[in-house]
Design a protein around this ligand. Structure first.
Ligand SMILES: [Fe+2]
Length: 219
């Protein structure tokens, strides 16, 4: 896979969010997904309410950041995924991927106890629609951080590499979106690809890929 991390600002995005939005991403954002039915199908119970005390802003956050864009869940979401941060099971092929990041408010405060429900295709571009392979949910820790261990998702017809995720802060509605990878040639041919949703590739000492993405929620 051809990827590099040069010139990437936070979350791998070389352009400020606001500039991209102003430059005409409305057509992409117009495809966003806010189905009440999908929310109703979301059966995972939220965690216990986190500490009410506000947490310190993370240093890279800029006050007033736009919320993470929503995207459709697609046809392969399965509710009630297992709670686990490591989706790698014995016998699973593919390039190991560690995805890390924060969940933040637009005011830059970290959000603890946020549900992150991930699902993705395997190395050959297939979803497990009978079981829970490459599906799992977790909650951000007291610092608003998460860490997902998985593999780099494969390609399937019409789509570039992507990971689906639903994000839900306590007492709020879930948002659904998708994460993308930089320098994948299929990105520009994918009809819902959004550069605002690129992960930022990090240095990795081993064969695994390490990437970072911070979710920003308006709560
Ligand atoms: Fe997908």
């Amino acid at each position: 896979m051809e990827m590099n991390s040069a010139h990437q600002a936070r979350n791998g995005n070389p352009w400020p969010r606001r500039r991209l939005l102003q430059a005409g991403c409305a057509s992409v954002l117009g495809l966003t997904f806010r189905s009440p039915l999908a929310n109703a199908m979301y059966h995972i119970a939220p965690p216990a309410e986190p500490d009410a005390a506000p947490m310190a802003p993370t240093p890279e956050c800029r006050d007033g950041d736009e919320p993470t864009p929503r995207q459709g869940a697609g046809p392969f979401y399965t509710p009630d995924s297992p709670q686990r941060a490591n989706l790698v099971e014995p016998g699973l092929s593919g390039t190991p991927l560690v995805l890390v990041g924060h969940v933040l408010q637009t005011s830059c405060q970290s959000l603890a106890g946020v549900l992150l429900d991930f699902w993705q295709a395997d190395d050959e571009g297939h979803y497990d629609n009978q079981g829970y392979t490459l599906r799992g949910h977790q909650f951000t820790d007291a610092n608003g951080q998460y860490r997902l261990e998985t593999i780099v998702p494969g390609l399937y017809p019409g789509r570039t590499r992507h990971i689906h995720v639903r994000v839900q802060a306590p007492h709020t509605r879930a948002i659904t979106t998708q994460l993308y990878f930089p320098d994948v040639s299929q990105n520009e041919r994918d009809f819902i690809y959004d550069p605002l949703l690129l992960v930022h590739l990090l240095e990795s000492p081993s064969q695994e890929m390490k990437a970072q993405f911070d979710f920003v929620l308006r709560v």
